[in-house]
Design a protein around this ligand. Sequence first.
Ligand SMILES: [Zn+2]
Ligand SMILES: [Zn+2]
Length: 75
Amino acid sequence: MKFVKILTAVAFAVALSASLALAADKKAPAGKQAGCCAKAAKDGKTCDHACCVEAAKGNKNCEKCKGTNEEKKAK
Ligand SMILES: [Zn+2]
Ligand SMILES: [Zn+2]
């Protein structure tokens, strides 16, 4: 009987961490997109500013165009 309890606890823990990881993934976009990039994204495009393209390569928002890359520290 004890074994079943442990198994249930492990299964619960795995399910919990899996759902937590999923929630963390959804929160991924941190910071604010630059105005020009947000505008381009609205039209289904990507901003063609050289600085923004460069920032996007690093998966970041362009800080030159007033985007931010700050993560909300809510851990
Ligand atoms: Zn831009
Ligand atoms: Zn830019």
